[in-house]
Design a protein around this ligand. Structure first.
Ligand code: TRP
Length: 357
């Protein structure tokens, strides 16, 4: 095991097990970055199954997807010797710290989260559950439990990160400096936005066209077919021009993101060539980038005992950090530590409340 130098800054991030495969957007926007951060940071990554419960998945789905998500992270290069990879519900301090943080978070403050508002608008407040309201506070608990300095997330998580920071700052001012580390958001530099291959006007997503998405666990044949049947336009020139040529430009963006090149430079190489050439080459790049991840994940899923052992070891290492941090914060709240004979018993100072508020 390669030890992580003690002076490295700590990173925490989480991903929800809500799908049977990660897609290219998860890969470019999160996973690839998580892998790189291992070079410079002390990384803690979690499959956040408790967060996923807020959408009431059926039990068999979340169970399967928890393993499937972890397997893809490992196959993509999250190294369980260098980093900690664990399942959120295996470390009970996440739920426990959420309770403490609930008690210092304003009702209005939580109600202003735009993701919560969007979701309740769609489902109506009768259809939404309390977990959805509490979601960002559980997220704050995830981060604060590991004294994380930095949190790599996409732009859509900016407001949640701001709430985590506000809560940490509040803990320090009410309960004393050093109660929590105030985390910084590492917003993933807008890696080219990826659009639906069949409908390049819309963001690529699970809920878009079924053949407009590229998933890490898709068979090579399927991936190649999707790239080759991507919608383009009736012109014949390959140019990077997202406004007038959204389909072709999307293919160039994907190509560029996967090969770390500028889409415009790639376009220049295809001058005078037909769309078919670009598609054949891009299909190859997609297939070869995803192949080791798919094969690695399949191998891990074929032997879930080994995968479960990796996750159990991750949980054990996570607990070694989360346990003491939880006790530190809980004692600042004035919760009596269990089984510590000798904790002084100071008589009350009268009727006046000396509560944290
Ligand atoms: N809410 C995050 C997302 O949807 C997932 C998440 C949960 C997370 N806990 C976290 C991300 C802690 C970063 C840190 O992407």
């Amino acid at each position: 095991m390669v030890p992580v130098p003690a002076d490295r800054r700590r990173v925490f991030s989480g991903i929800q097990p809500t799908a049977d495969s990660l897609h290219i957007g998860n890969y470019l926007g999160a996973v690839r970055n998580w892998v790189t951060l291992q070079e410079t940071h002390d990384c803690v990554y979690s499959v956040v199954d408790l967060h996923a419960l807020t959408v009431n998945p059926n039990p068999a789905d979340i169970l399967r997807r928890t393993r499937v998500t972890a397997a893809q992270l490992l196959a993509a290069g999250v190294d369980p010797d260098r980093s900690i990879l664990f399942v959120q519900s295996h470390v009970s301090e996440h739920a426990e710290l959420t309770w403490l943080l609930n008690c210092v978070t304003g009702f209005g403050e939580a109600g202003r989260m735009t993701q919560f508002k969007d979701k309740t608008q769609k489902q109506g407040s009768e259809g939404a559950n309390v977990g959805l309201f509490d979601y960002p506070i559980l997220q704050a608990a995830d981060i604060l439990l590991y004294d994380a300095h930095a949190v790599p997330v996409g732009e859509d998580q900016r407001q949640h990160l701001e709430l985590s920071r506000d809560i940490a700052i509040r803990l320090n001012s009410r309960l004393g400096e050093g109660t929590a580390i105030v985390p910084e958001a590492l917003i993933t530099a807008a890696t080219a936005k990826i659009y639906d291959l069949q409908n390049p006007g819309a963001k690529m997503s699970k809920t878009g066209s079924p053949t407009g998405i590229l998933e890490l666990l898709d068979e090579p044949k399927v991936l190649a077919k999707r790239v080759k049947s991507a919608v383009t336009d009736t012109e014949t020139t390959i140019r990077f021009d997202p406004e007038n040529k959204p389909g072709v430009s999307n293919l160039l963006s994907i190509y560029g993101a996967l090969t770390n090149r500028a889409p415009g430079d790639i376009a220049a190489e295809y001058e005078g060539k037909m769309y078919g050439h670009l598609k054949v080459d891009l299909a190859e790049v997609v297939v070869e980038t995803f192949r080791p991840i798919r094969e690695g994940a399949q191998a891990l899923l074929a032997d879930p005992d080994e995968l479960d052992r990796i996750l159990a070891r991750g949980a054990e290492r996570a607990r070694e950090i989360a346990g003491p941090v939880f006790r530190r914060i809980a004692s600042r709240f004035g919760l009596l530590a269990p089984g510590t004979p000798g904790t002084p018993c100071t008589p009350g100072t009268g009727a006046r409340s000396t509560g944290a508020r």
